[in-house]
Design a protein. Structure first.
Lengths: 305, 305
């Protein structure tokens, strides 16, 4: 198999595994409180790229993290990501009606239940981490996830995004907002994968390398998102295409042009690969442990939806 | 000093201490992201009865919990409680405009920022717990708080409350909804106080006693809330009075009548005190350690706002 096909098979298997895991760990359909359980399952199950779980599983190979802990970290990350989409799609925020090719959660369940489903998913994220066997590893994961999701992470980025409406932010402001809004949880995903294993055995250079890798991937993900928003159609994306331009939102394409944005994605890919090369020098990191992170970097910058 | 005055002085001191603590641990005014930080501080600071922190500090005496861990548990509990008020007050839920004598958070900061402030406060609750020195205690607290706040706790109760609109629930359904909506976090407060200390030294009977105490207090708190809603005015309550009857909501007063509700509060007080008597037999529990929990039970059932 070619590398790309082999990666695609791995990613597909991991995404299927994650779907099974989430299906198993979420409350069952029909269980009380029925409406809330239904809305939570609707928000999490049924697709999505599962980038954060993939990053978490891939980073776990660096520190030989046990599968059970990685599963819990991956679930917690995706519960947080899913809740943020539910709240972000609501009328008070982006007012989106389509997500992953289906009506958004508040369209399907009403605004009140959607807000609660998001709230409950955030609580469940931490409940899942509380089940981790090793308290020291569990506490590291709780701290990393909470910081990634909170006021100086994802929520803070959303707030800065709101503040930009009607403003003309410069490139640095856009980058800063995105590094919090989406970057913080991507960073948490990479760190949590490594922290689920023998974190203390890793060198400071490796830890720095992981942060640099995650930061590059995080921005690259946004740059590619902006490129896709103006080059793909709604059916391919599973969400409303062309929305950025229609909303007069500043994007990487509006700052750099389409070709400039593509070149930026390429240079961010190179930065991510350089960061991994740094990690490769750590004697605690086994040969081959970086392969999936490399492949994810290529995937993030070459994806078509 | 009489017991009631002495308790009142303790509760006042704890509430002031808590205010200082929250002031210190929340991001500072003017810190970026400014709007979000402002909304979070507005939601938490400036009053409230701080019942959950009081219960947490009081229960901590049973297991001789260290002050630093109790502080973090109390903060986490009140961050969760404050976020739930912010989201509950929003137009999609209860549509309340007055809380603690001031405009609600969404009235002051807008709906989008209020939703984010609630989300960020939930994340900060777990970030605060992640700073606890002892990982085993920290993980117990994370699990208890997450379960209290989640789908089978507070959020689940809110969802059942929504489902009751326009329905005629019976007394058992009302009790079940409230045991989740407010009872679950009150239970978490009592358990977290005890779990912040030497939890493993307590007997199973003591742990059962704590649960029974918290459950009685939790219902009593609601019964008294319903009594106050129809006997006090808006200025005394700091929130809109007479709202239950106006909204045609089922309450303990509508089920039991005003005198019946008062009798119920009295019998719940007795149940709470009996549960404490059970705990008093545990050799690991020092004489005097139950005093504050007893006083809180009296306070909850005799409060006037």
């Amino acid at each position: 198999m070619s590398e790309a096909i082999e990666f695609s098979a791995w990613a597909h298997e991991r995404a299927r595994h994650f779907e099974w895991l989430a299906e198993t760990m979420l409350p069952k359909p029909g269980q009380e409180p029925k409406r809330l359980v239904g809305a939570m399952r609707y928000a999490v199950l049924g697709g999505g790229k599962r980038i954060r779980p993939l990053l978490c599983y891939a980073a776990g190979e660096i520190s030989r993290a046990p599968a059970e802990r990685l599963n819990r970290a991956a679930l917690a990350l995706e519960f947080i990501h899913s809740y943020s989409l539910v709240h972000d799609d609501m009328p008070a925020m982006d007012n989106d009606t389509l997500r992953r090719g289906r009506p958004t959660t508040h369209v399907r369940y009403g605004e009140a239940e959607a807000m609660l489903a998001g709230d409950a998913l955030q609580a469940e994220a931490f409940a899942v981490l509380a089940g981790i066997d090793d308290p020291a590893a569990g506490m590291r994961l709780v701290g990393t996830l909470a910081r990634g999701a909170g006021v100086f992470g994802m929520c803070g980025g959303q707030s800065l995004d709101l503040a930009m409406v009607g403003e003309k932010p410069d490139e640095a402001e856009l980058a800063r907002m995105q590094s919090m809004k989406t970057g913080a949880l991507i960073l948490a995903a990479v760190l949590m994968g490594a922290q689920a294993g023998d974190w203390d055995a890793l060198t400071p250079e490796t830890k720095t390398g992981l942060v640099r890798y995650a930061q590059s991937i995080g921005i690259a993900f946004q740059v590619v998102d902006d490129i896709l928003d103006c080059t793909q159609d709604t059916a391919t994306l599973g969400k409303t295409a062309g929305k950025d331009e229609k909303d007069d939102k500043p994007t990487w394409v509006s700052f750099l042009g389409l070709e400039g944005a593509k070149a930026r994605a390429e240079s961010l890919l190179n930065e991510a690969l350089e960061a991994l090369a740094l990690i490769g020098r750590d004697p605690a990191v086994e040969a081959g442990a970086l392969r999936r992170l490399e492949e994810i970097a290529h995937y993030v910058t070459s994806r078509t939806h």
